[in-house]
Design a protein around this ligand. Structure first.
Ligand code: SF4
Ligand code: SF4
Length: 674
């Protein structure tokens, strides 16, 4: 073996061993966190992986940065094959992949072209960062920005060294595939004609290329850009269950002394992986209602903070090896290690305000190119606050008390639930009755005067279509959705079981709701508690009635209408078309779209239990949305959620624009019935 072969072998082996040791250390760190089963659903995972990693579907929603990333990503992948050829050449003292015969020419062409394209993409990316300065990355720390430039410089270095080394070979007549390498050939003309370029110079670039690749590989696990490696696995292990489904806490296991995530490692390994996968691109902040209204919570900072917290805890956790160490293991920690271990996520990494700001709207999750689930982590931290420390905003305590005593957040007497519907003669659902479904009214429709009108409109439409349905009256229970999202898993599960018991008693199989929160939890969360029903939201159902002709409307009366997407039927359940189709049919024209609509819809500010909490910091989310509604110049804004109804009405009122009507979709249809 030549000296070149031996040195190549040693350096490559050392670099790969070092990388695998770093990576194994990271895997050991993840294994100290809470378990989470993300290993099934191979087909679904493969589809998501192809869409989001290989095809960059989300990234390409923003065409220029998406395209740049696409070129750099694919260029990097394909150029890696070229790097393996470089290593092969080192090991064999100059052999190339020419055993591919004439096909080698196409390989050489791909390498040449991609070296040029990737270099260009890096140059444009640097220009964007330096000159255009995208707002969403403006708040990145100086260290993070410097790290990003360093990584871009390394990538550019890879392409340049590769091209120059090839240009030397072409100049010296050592490459018989010259015609397939237009860029390297062009570069070769810069070498002095008539004299051979020194082999030593060739090896300078050859080694530089190899050392950059191997250095890059070993730098990443310790840099903020570890996401280059873990982003793809993060996408692979993303949630394949319904997005609106919270994980169920096991409250019966008496060995568990702390619930939720009080310490960073008490999050699941996937939550931890999320934080390392964050690219700090800032897309989540762009769409987050709390970041947009100057509140403490910024989803990007949440991920950065979580990662920093984990990095600090890494040596301690590797020593403990678990997220639930016993006293004997803790006793082995040194005093400084014990101090680090004692840190709780709240308040040592995040303030309580950060954790309670979230509306669980899912805009961050929807916008994140690496499929990070911020809501999952936030709910786990809320659980720890409520269940371990009894610490939550005072307003939440009131709501919890009311749910406990009266199964509704206002504390109205249970006996008065849906009294107004019973008085109107709406039949009680019976197991053996002649009903198409149960109309699950929910707390807002049962007690809130404005939302009672929405329920009446839904009923008017159902009656016009001669649909037979029943209600549960005072037997209906709150479904537990909001208590769970406020972190009170214990109360939430109690309410779920109580409500499920009533649904079982009446052998309910099909449910209609006019509340997206009831809809999401009954449809997506109850199955885990043994409640399996067909659940419909009224927008879907009314659209079916219109489409089938069971309900007819006098169209054309409605003009200048816009639609506000509810997060829990939109982003969480993909119902975007049904409400728009209804409006189109009634108005005979498409609704006016707000800039932030459909997947990008802007929360009203009430989700995640925020409906019951004061909004004490920043500007008001519903006013922010009201301004957007006003800009559409619509006369009517349609909603499909009781919380949105309240928040949007209040937002417009605060802007003295009560002239803009706020109507539920069902009211629009009820008003237009022919
Ligand atoms: S769920 Fe909504 S409010 Fe919460 S962090 Fe994400 S975007 Fe912000
Ligand atoms: S969480 Fe996702 S969207 Fe937000 S900065 Fe990180 S990678 Fe970007």
């Amino acid at each position: 073996m030549s000296l070149l072969s031996i040195s190549t072998l040693v350096i490559v082996l050392l670099a790969f061993v070092a990388f695998f040791l770093s990576f194994a250390r990271f895997v050991r760190l993840l294994r100290t966190a809470q378990p989470r089963d993300r290993f099934g659903n191979f087909v679904k995972r493969s589809i998501v992986f192809i869409e989001q990693v290989l095809l960059h579907r989300r990234l390409l929603r923003q065409p220029l940065p998406g395209l740049l990333h696409f070129i750099i990503f694919w260029g990097f992948v394909i150029l890696t094959v070229g790097t393996t050829e470089w290593i092969y050449a080192g090991l064999t003292h100059g052999a190339r992949y020419t055993f591919f015969g004439n096909a080698y020419g196409y390989f050489a062409f791909s390498q040449d072209l991609l070296n040029g394209l990737v270099f260009l993409a890096v140059a444009v990316a640097v220009f964007r960062r330096l000159i255009v300065r995208p707002k969403r990355m403006a708040d990145n720390s100086t260290k993070s920005k410097a790290d990003a430039y360093f990584i871009l410089a390394l990538i550019a270095g890879l392409t340049i060294t590769n091209l120059i080394a090839h240009s030397i070979m072409i100049h010296n007549g050592e490459d018989s595939f010259t015609s397939f390498q237009p860029i390297a050939r062009e570069l070769s003309t810069f070498w002095p004609s008539g004299t051979l370029v020194s082999q030593n110079l060739f090896y300078v670039f050859w080694w530089a290329h190899l050392l950059i690749v191997l250095g890059f590989l070993n730098y990443l696990p310790y840099s903020k850009h570890f996401h280059v490696i873990v982003a793809a696995p993060n996408v692979w292990f993303s949630k394949t269950e319904p997005r609106g489904k919270l994980t169920k806490l096991n409250l019966d296991d008496e060995s568990i002394t702390r619930f939720g995530a009080q310490k960073a490692e008490e999050l699941s390994w996937k939550n931890i992986l999320d934080s390392y996968a964050c690219t700090e691109c800032g897309r989540c902040n762009e769409f987050c209602p709390t970041a947009s209204t100057d509140k403490a919570l910024r989803p990007k900072s949440l991920m950065i903070g979580l990662r920093a917290g984990m990095m600090e805890r890494t040596p301690v956790l590797l020593k403990l090896g678990t997220h639930h160490p016993d006293e004997a293991a803790l006793a082995k920690l040194t005093e400084p290690e014990r101090k680090i271990y004692a840190n709780d996520l709240v308040p040592d990494t995040f303030s309580e305000q950060v954790i309670w700001d979230c509306t669980t709207c899912g805009a961050c999750v929807e916008s994140c190119p690496v499929l990070i689930d911020h809501v999952d982590s936030i709910v786990e931290m809320r659980r720890a606050l409520v269940l371990n420390k009894g610490s939550n905003p005072d307003e939440a305590t009131n709501a919890f008390r009311n749910w406990e005593s009266a199964s509704n957040p206002w504390g109205f007497a249970e006996s008065s639930r849906q009294e107004y519907l019973v008085e109107k003669g709406i039949p009680h659902y019976e197991a053996d009755g002649d009903f198409e479904f149960l109309y699950y009214i929910g707390c807002a429709g049962s007690f809130d005067d404005r939302n009672k009108k929405v329920v009446e409109s839904v009923i008017k439409v159902l009656q016009a279509a001669k649909i037979k349905f029943g209600i549960l009256g005072k037997e209906e229970r709150c479904n537990g959705e909001t208590a769970r999202r406020l972190g009170n898993e214990y109360l939430g599960q109690q309410m779920i079981m109580a409500n499920k018991e009533v649904l079982e008693r009446y052998k309910v199989r099909k449910i209609l709701t006019s509340c997206p929160h009831c809809f999401n939890t009954l449809k997506n969360e109850y199955p885990e508690f043994g409640g399996n029903y067909e659940v419909l939201h009224h927008t879907e159902y009314i659209q079916q009635l219109l489409a089938s002709g069971r309900v007819k409307v006098d169209a054309g009366q409605l003009k200048n209408v816009t639609y506000h997407d509810s997060c829990y039927i939109g982003r969480y359940n993909g119902i975007y078309e049904a409400p728009r189709q209804i409006l189109k049919q009634v108005a005979k024209q498409d609704p006016i779209e707000m800039p932030r609509s459909r997947e990008k819809g802007f929360c009203c500010g009430a989700g995640g239990g925020r409906m019951w909490l004061e909004e004490k910091t920043g500007s008001r989310i519903n006013q922010n949305r009201a301004e957007e509604i006003i800009q559409t110049k619509a006369d009517t804004v349609c909603v499909a959620c009781p919380f949105c109804m309240t928040m949007i009405s209040d937002g417009l009122k605060s802007k003295q624009r009560e002239d803009i009507r706020v109507r539920d979709i069902s009211e629009i249809v009820a008003e237009a019935l022919s």
